[in-house]
Design a protein around this ligand. Structure first.
Ligand SMILES: [Zn+2]
Length: 242
């Protein structure tokens, strides 16, 4: 089905699409063309959107949800390689083997779902949609590269601050529903190590952590304590916001 067909139904989808930076970058005309193919969905925390080596049929453009791409070993060890919020899309795959990572919802929220076949047919037509997807793939590759560098060379206290700030940018200051188990998965550190690092931030008055909900209290001090990766990731995040 050609995506250039203008459909004037469901105006709320366009409104929601404006909250996804990648979709917004397409401009009003392209969004109008895509609108009938973008389905609003509610994503629940820890929901798996697709598994490794399992093909996905849809891509997800988060508006308020945050999605985590994770590599999981046979023994269940998990490593987050990138987080995706309202700057991008999860589940893009054009050709070749299926993904070697899982796509899991880190923070519950809303997203727009689009059929992968439709994305492929639209991408083959070229134009702004294709350009935006290629640009985003480049940004995401840089995000992954920075995360790998961070994991290898930076202290867990710094990594925790950088990661919290990256998540905070994507959820706009709301309380973050996070367990220490999740933090340990996302940061590739033991639960004990994460508990000690989070406790230190709490004792310094930089965060509040109650009943599995984390709130950043002193963002400026957390930015000071974060490694250089946060400012690089922030630039990459903003690169999509045009
Ligand atoms: Zn770092």
């Amino acid at each position: 089905m050609a995506l250039s067909t203008v459909n004037r139904a469901a105006p709320h989808v366009s409104d929601q699409a404006n909250f996804n930076q990648l979709l917004r970058s397409l401009g009003i005309q392209r969004l109008e063309a895509l609108r009938s193919h973008l389905k609003p969905v509610r994503l629940e925390a820890e929901q798996r959107l697709f598994g490794s080596f399992v093909g996905s049929s849809h891509a997800y453009f988060p508006t308020t949800a945050v999605i985590s791409h994770q590599v999981v070993s046979m023994e269940g060890e998990t490593l987050e390689i990138v987080m995706i919020g309202n700057e991008g899309v999860s589940g893009l795959r054009f050709e070749g083997p299926v993904a070697t990572y899982h796509s899991v919802v880190a923070v519950a929220g809303d997203a727009l779902k689009m059929d992968l076949d439709l994305i492929r047919s639209e991408a083959q037509r070229g134009g702004r949609f294709t350009e935006a997807l290629i640009e985003y793939q480049g940004v995401q590759l840089s995000q992954i590269a920075q995360r790998m560098f961070c994991r290898a060379f930076h202290h867990v206290d710094q990594k925790l601050c950088s990661w919290l700030l990256m998540l905070d940018d994507r959820v706009s200051g709301t309380r973050l529903p996070l367990t220490h188990e999740q933090l340990s998965t996302y940061l590739g550190a033991s639960r004990v190590t994460i508990t000690l690092a989070a406790r230190a931030l709490k004792e310094q008055g930089l965060i509040e952590y109650m009943r599995g909900k984390l709130t950043i209290i002193d963002r400026a001090s957390i930015e000071e304590a974060a490694c250089e990766c946060y400012s690089i990731q922030k630039e990459l995040f903003k690169a999509r916001i045009k």
